[in-house]
Design a protein around this ligand. Structure first.
Ligand code: CMP
Length: 136
């Protein structure tokens, strides 16, 4: 069954020149990029995207970081796209992410972990609507 997921290449990934690396891994895996945009988020959009973390102690830091520069927002499509991309990304904590994954190969800090991928079909639907309201 084909599904969609929302993926972000976060400002650290864009700054470090990792857009091509991330997209190459996505395409090599067989996931299809069906929407893509480079943009800088305003605080309102960032807070909406990360609403489930609003009560966390790191929320302010998270919003500041995700709005700190341009990011790439993408919608990926494919069989079990949500789980598939999360496997490519590796664990949220890059130190625990397996070598060979995006975070395992490129990151060290939990706050600057290069990519975001939706964690459930409900999150994917909600996040896709925030980033690409008129497309799907
Ligand atoms: P992401 O998949 O974008 O979803 C929520 C983000 O919060 C997560 O990736 C991390 O980058 C970030 N995060 C999680 N835990 C912490 C933490 N303890 N300190 C800072 N950022 C965190």
């Amino acid at each position: 069954m084909s599904e969609r997921t929302l993926v972000l290449i976060k400002p650290d990934g864009v700054k470090r020149g990792l857009i091509g690396d991330v997209i190459a891994r996505v395409e090599r895996k067989g996931l299809k990029v069906v929407a893509m945009d480079l943009r800088t988020l305003d605080a309102e959009t960032a807070k909406a995207h990360y609403a489930e973390h609003a009560e966390k102690p790191f929320f302010g830091e998270l919003v500041e970081f995700i709005t700190s520069g341009p990011l790439v927002a993408m919608v990926l499509e494919g069989p079990r796209a949500i789980e598939s991309f999360r496997a490519l990304a590796g664990a949220t904590d890059p130190v625990k992410a397996a070598p060979g994954t995006i975070r395992g190969d490129h990151a060290l800090e939990i706050g600057e972990n290069v990519v975001h991928g939706s964690d459930s079909p409900e999150s994917a639907a909600r996040e896709i609507k925030i980033f690409f309201p008129d497309r799907f």
